[in-house]
Design a protein around this ligand. Sequence first.
Ligand SMILES: [Zn+2]
Ligand SMILES: [Zn+2]
Length: 292
Amino acid sequence: MGGYTRETNLSQTQKISCRTKIREKIFAGNLNLKISSQFLFFNFRKLKDYVFVKFNYRIEVPNLNNPFEVHHGVYLLGSSSITHSDDCSVYLVDCGKEELVLIDSGAGSSYNLLVDNAESLGFNLTHLKALILTHKHIDHIGAAAKLRKNYHCKVVAHELDAKDIEKGEQFLTGAKAYGVKLEPCTVDIKLNQPETRLTFGKLEFKLIHTPGHTPGGISVVVDIEGKRVLFGQDIHGPLIPEWGADLEKYRQSMEKLISLRADILCEGHFGVYQPAEKVKKYIEGYLIQYSR
Ligand SMILES: [Zn+2]
Ligand SMILES: [Zn+2]
């Protein structure tokens, strides 16, 4: 696959050190991650098969420990530091007219905390109309079945990822690597277009197919109070071919995201970026990295 490189030219010590870093820092969800000029390895097959990406710039992420309002009606409800180390960032959108939407659900074990956090912000999830799953990875879909069952919300995902979500596929969703049992979840609305618009409350959600990280990855754009908010989960990758990643499609998707000129980026693991200039820089940074 173009641009995809196997580990070949690093010493054993470097490999071990990189493996440890990626496991402990990224997948254990330490948001105080600081990386500069180094190779990072991802190992999902018990030390057999490695994929790596190169980072040569610095990432600094604030430590976010409590749910908070990101922008008018948009809340960060859960994340690796707020709810559980396995969780992606979980965003709640208050759409008005007593309709709520969740973007992703975390890996599953933090379900009760997510419900509590919504309550602490003054929301009751009985008003939850939709759970939008940006892609099929376990850290984003683990609580989906429970949320659907308990709140009767519509689960939305792209059809290319929906089949693994509905099957409860353990390997391709990353559930096996996380050591989590994925509960299968029915996907009520299966997207199959480059762009789909759904309205909840007073807000129009644009769901844009952005494959690359997974075949059925989507990004969500909502214009709220004069700002364009982009929910772009897992822009950072990783790109694991064995899980269906595609570098060329990823590049095209990132170009598409840049062209949206979002003011606020709600990312999947590394927090919230604004204003527009920082959003562009963040996406471009990964585009450059994955182009080398
Ligand atoms: Zn992912
Ligand atoms: Zn993720």
